[in-house]
Design a protein around this ligand. Structure first.
Ligand code: ZN
Length: 234
């Protein structure tokens, strides 16, 4: 018997970093389980796996989720969440005043989550007068690879992965021609000020964030929260 199964509406969004125009649909009852797993997964890696699986499904496998910048993945997830479940999310926060036992239910309007920061005007960073690097925005695949490392090592590994080329006055050394050992040697030989310069380039890249403010009824403290990262946006 052919039951009248409704066709799912589709929506479009332009991803804030890559600029890709993407079509998506809401997630369905059968996919709810993936989201529950993501929400409950204490392990960020597991959450990421679930989110990727979900986004792959709602974009009909037309987008390679691994190849998106992480900010775009988060953006897409929030858009899908909005049309599937609703455009607000209820969060609970303890008061910042440590002596106050109050916790507050705060409603986050998902439209308030916006990219902060701008795409770089220049994708090159000069590490000396003569030597520079051309970099690319890190993608989900690369960020996942470094997720288990300590924070300092994460930056170093991300830089190694994100080198498009290295150049001096005479030559351009394409990243695709470099062996892993050559990349490692180059980045491991940077001085700390040089590392900081390159790190700054990554820091300026757009990130999604939302600002929440609430006054505690118990103690009157003004609470201000800056939310970043997909874990906060379920
Ligand atoms: Zn309080």
């Amino acid at each position: 018997m052919a039951l009248p199964i409704q066709s799912t509406p589709t929506y479009r969004t332009v991803l804030p970093v890559s600029g890709q125009d993407i079509e998506y649909r809401p997630f369905l009852v059968k996919e709810q389980n993936i989201l529950v797993q993501a929400k409950e997964g204490a392990d960020p890696k597991q959450t990421m796996q679930s989110v990727k699986k979900l986004l792959q499904a709602v974009t009909n496998d037309k987008v390679v989720i691994e190849d998106l910048p992480t900010t775009d993945l988060e953006w897409l997830f929030i858009q899908v969440r909005k049309v599937s479940v609703g455009d607000t999310s209820k969060l609970m926060f303890p008061c910042v005043n440590r002596e106050c036992p109050n916790t507050k239910d705060v409603t986050l309007n998902l439209d308030d989550i916006q990219p902060e920061g701008n795409l770089p005007e220049d994708y090159t960073v000069m590490i000396t007068d003569k030597v520079g690097l051309t970099l690319m925005v890190p993608l989900v695949e690369g960020v996942e690879k470094v997720a288990d490392l300590k924070e300092e090592s994460q930056t170093v590994e991300l830089i190694k992965q994100s080198i498009v080329n290295i150049f001096d006055e005479e030559n351009v050394y394409e990243g695709s021609d470099l062996t892993k050992a050559e990349r490692d040697e180059f980045v491991d030989s940077l001085t700390f000020p040089q590392l900081e310069l390159v790190g700054k380039w990554f820091d300026q890249l757009p990130k999604l964030s939302a600002r929440l403010e609430w006054d505690c009824e118990e103690c009157g403290t003004k609470n201000e929260q800056n939310l970043e990262g997909i874990q906060n946006f379920f």
